[in-house]
Design a protein around this ligand. Sequence first.
Ligand code: ATP
Ligand code: MG
Length: 723
Amino acid sequence: MDVSRLLDELNDKQREAVAAPLSNALVLAGAGSGKTRVLVHRIAWLMEVENIAPFSILAVTFTNKAAREMRGRIESLMGRNLHSMWIGTFHGLAHRLLRAHHAEAGLPENFQILDSDDQYRLIKRILKAMNLDEKHWPPRQAQWYINGNKDEGLRPQHIETHGDHIQQKMREIYAAYQDACDRSGLVDFAELLLRAHELWAKNPDVLAHYQRRFRAVLVDEFQDTNNIQYAWLRMLCSGDNNNIMIVGDDDQSIYGWRGANVDNIQHFLKDFDSPNTVRLEQNYRSTGNILKAANTVIDNNTGRLGKELWTDGSQGELISVYAGFNELDEARFIVSKIKDWLHQGNALKDAAILYRNNAQSRVLEEALLHQGIAYRIYGGLRFFERQEIKDALGYLRMINHPNDDAAFERVVNTPSRGIGEKTLSQVREAARAHNCSMWQATQYLINEKALKGRALNAMQSFVLLISELEQATTEIPLEEQADLAIRQSGLYAMYKAERGEKAQARLENLEELVTACKQFIVPDEAEEMTPLSAFLAHASLEAGEQQADKDQDAVQMMTIHTAKGLEFPLVFMAGVEEGMFPSQMTNDEPGRMEEERRLCYVGMTRAMQKLYISYAESRRLYGQDKYHTASRFIKEIPADCVEEVRLKSTISRPVHNRFSQATSHASFEETGFQLGQRVTHRKFGEGIVLNYEGSGEHARVQVNFDEFGTKWLVLAYAKLEPA
Ligand SMILES: Nc1ncnc2c1ncn2[C@@H]1O[C@H](COP(=O)(O)OP(=O)(O)OP(=O)(O)O)[C@@H](O)[C@H]1O
Ligand SMILES: [Mg+2]
């Protein structure tokens, strides 16, 4: 292969990083300067020039999606398949290690991943078993405590409580939780990392094997590593033969609230052998205006490592700032701009709407729906986290590994089999007493004739169901396993009996799950696993990223956190108002304001050609009306980079649809209601006024009812009242 191809599309600094001799290196640079591109070319260079086998390369990305993309780019640069190269997230890689060495890691072969919702439920049950009142011991706080300690590499016995009563109790909860996980072979997300670290720490042979193997380690988005991830990398790279290149941007560290430690960049320079630092300064992503605005905003932070960022591209358009009078108006503005974009011949997928919180998406979604504009949400309500999907996965998990207590609790009485709380307590008690799983405890109770009457019948039929499913599914393809589990368990019938739109959507989701099973391809790294185990691991690890319909042309919607590393020609940042962004909580904790500002910097630097920033002067969120002013971040943008767009100019021409016909705010007020106002209807209950059309006796309003969804009502008959 012609090596120059690996260097052609790079600037001098990027080349310096890509073609550097093997050694430890830090690439420190601002957004859009080609850090990820450097990593991709570096990996190809290592194989091509340094003759490092793909087998000896380990690359860490921040999301599974980024991992897939990176693999794809390297493969297309090299023109061949690179199966044996390890590319993944820290969690994905740790999972892979633990599967390969489950015995050394002290785990059963078919251990299961516990996602954060299941973890929460398990903690609630532990609190109950310990007779602790949730009011004084909120499960969320316990969850936070457990994960926080794991992120720092601490087991209960390592935690100093200094005689503090609360600390002691928390430590007890942690210990009881861990026992429960160990008993049922469950591994939560933080545990994946901690256990992978302990695996190496306790098994020098295993560590030595990977040190020999991975001659080159590369890490993207390094600024958001936490301490256990850092320690893991450090252990791996302490062999004689390992080289590590990390790329990152201290200004884009946005996961401090979750334990990420931006100081790891500084630690890296001290802890690793003579690292070489390369700074990239040319930005290839954004126009001059966007770049200048983002640079000026982030300049308000202190203690930065300091980077210059320039572009030789054009100034581009000004950043447009729009003040909506409420969130509906803001949404309508965004949608009208997306329509313009579309009419100019652009693709929807090149437009992204970014927001601070997932809860903001609903109003935006509704506005897009009204105009029939396709959209796709990343994160938010995740497919694999929906109730019905988790129920179905619960059955699949029981088939796969009946000792999984979390799955047992989930499905034992869903659909209802008349198994009461009393019987379940008995099962839990027996499991504790015999130090076994609930599944084993159930069988023990049945054999010992400790269950009577209805409880006995119900439990027996549950055991029979799971055993039959297990037998019936051993030889059939994954999608048939899923289909059988969904139907035979009675889940499908249960949701079918519920009726209504919601139940219909749940049935569709269950069918979608079967489709997902059909489309599932067991990845290389999971080839020793059964398709069912591999699928269950995939469902836990990919929860937020997997989307059906990947190729559809649709507007991309996500939180700014999720947008990290991505870029889009057209970007909307919505809800940029004080109290939302920076968020209300920011004032309580030192350092949080600077993290919010970094988040703003991340959001702005996603935009390539055009950036819109909008806010709403009043907003109903979580059932309350709030009045806000423009975010301080908007005020920090230099005046010559922005233009304010006014309401008038944003109102679209009346076309043949309802949403855009509500053209005049004033005439709307004739109805006596305001957009966004809460109203009550005798039959449909409470809702929000979304839109309006016609006048006089033909006047109609559109209301989104909390329970019945959106409806158009003729005002003269509807008898709406302010709520
Ligand atoms: N030398 C170059 N010539 C042309 N385009 C480039 C060059 N380097 C990078 N790019 C392009 O610039 C954009 C940003 O690059 P990349 O995503 O690698 O930046 P990054 O530093 O990783 O950004 P972020 O900090 O947001 O993760 C991409 O579209 C990339 O293809
Ligand atoms: Mg990047």
